[in-house]
Design a protein around this ligand. Structure first.
Ligand code: ADP
Ligand code: MG
Length: 323
């Protein structure tokens, strides 16, 4: 069934929100929102494009899920609590089945994080989804990429490289076993580390999320902080799922250079690293993978020897350096 713009908005994107801070949501010319005093407003926007950020043919529910997940990851990296989103949807056709699935995936993760959809735009065009996400952080302290100091310990949450391995399986349409399903899920439905970001707010000296690849993103954190890093490659948590489908060196390529993980990298002073607060530990596994150095750039070391990775990471206007 083909639907008009008004029907699409009314049927799929207008819901009563559980949030009491939405004075006026979807349906008028703009949303009116209650701003909590004493906190800073945090804003992020991310666009995902069919064929660029997700393969053609990706399930609509996964696209909806991912569109918000990648934004939640940005707010997590600031130590912020997400509250409201706006959705700009460019669709080639108004297919009711697709829209229903898309909305289900989107609201599944929105509800998990108590985010209300308060507005958006709906147009005909290539499949492009833009989510703008707003949230709050306490006015006294928030996380940024700048602030890492030489001697700080560099951590990464979760297990990087699994999303890139999952994407490879999606692209090759292969793998029917549980590890393959796990890897695909890691690409299609990344877990934004919002609780970890909140816990790190008063603990980390710097933080950012890993979207383009570990080495590339550690270099960005280092550039923003005016320092360098030494990354000890053998400390990276191994992915048993990736190892069942890919050779060890390929797994390492994915961990160092594959993007799309949406894990957090963060730095803490050495004394804190030995004794991470319970709130940080409760928010999931993080692993110390290196140290911040004076100087610049990221130096990789493997079992004490200098190590040169085969690829660096993703740059939309550069070239994808294939591992
Ligand atoms: P206008 O023409 O004034 O910009 P629209 O007709 O585009 O208004 O949108 C009407 C209402 O529906 C607005 O509140 C807008 O924020 C909301 N809206 C439009 N598209 C979406 C969408 N995809 N998701 C959520 N809200 C939407
Ligand atoms: Mg208007």
């Amino acid at each position: 069934m083909s639907l008009g713009e008004f029907d699409i908005i009314a049927r799929y994107f207008t819901r009563r929100s559980a949030r009491s801070d939405v004075a006026l949501g979807v349906g008028d010319d703009a949303a009116i929102l209650d701003v909590a005093p004493g906190r800073k407003l945090v804003a992020a926007v991310d666009t995902i494009v069919e064929g660029v950020h997700f393969p053609v043919g990706t399930a609509a529910a996964d696209i909806g899920y991912r569109a918000l997940a990648v934004n939640l990851s940005d707010l997590a990296a600031m130590g912020a609590e997400p509250t409201w989103m706006l959705l700009s949807l460019s669709l080639p056709t108004a297919d009711s089945r697709w829209l229903e699935d898309f909305a289900r995936g989107l609201f599944e993760i929105a509800d998990t994080h108590n985010v209300a959809l308060v507005g958006g735009d709906t147009v005909r065009g290539p499949l492009v989804i833009t989510v703008s996400l707003l949230g709050f952080v306490e006015a006294d302290r928030w996380l940024t990429r700048a602030g890492a100091q030489p001697g700080d310990v560099l951590f990464v949450s979760g297990c990087v490289g699994e999303a890139a391995a999952g994407l490879a399986l999606v692209q090759q349409s292969c793998g029917t076993d549980a590890p393959a399903a796990h890897l695909r899920e890691r690409f299609l439905r990344p877990t934004p580390r919002v609780a970890l970001g909140r816990a790190l707010r008063t603990v980390a000296s710097a933080a950012m999320d890993v979207s383009d690849g570990l080495i590339v993103d550690v270099s960005k954190l280092c550039a923003a902080s005016g320092c360098g890093a030494r990354l000890e490659v053998e400390r990276l948590p191994p992915s048993l799922a990736a190892q069942t489908h890919f050779a060890p060196e390929r797994c390492l390529d994915y961990a160092l250079s594959g993007g799309d993980d949406y894990e957090l990298i963060f730095t803490v002073p050495e004394a804190t690293a030995m004794n991470l607060p319970a709130s940080v530990l409760a928010a999931g596994v993080s692993t110390a993978i290196g140290i911040i150095t004076a100087g610049s750039g990221v130096e990789c070391v493997r079992n004490g020897q200098r190590f040169v990775p085969r690829a660096s990471g993703y740059d939309h206007f550069g070239r994808k350096v294939a591992p």
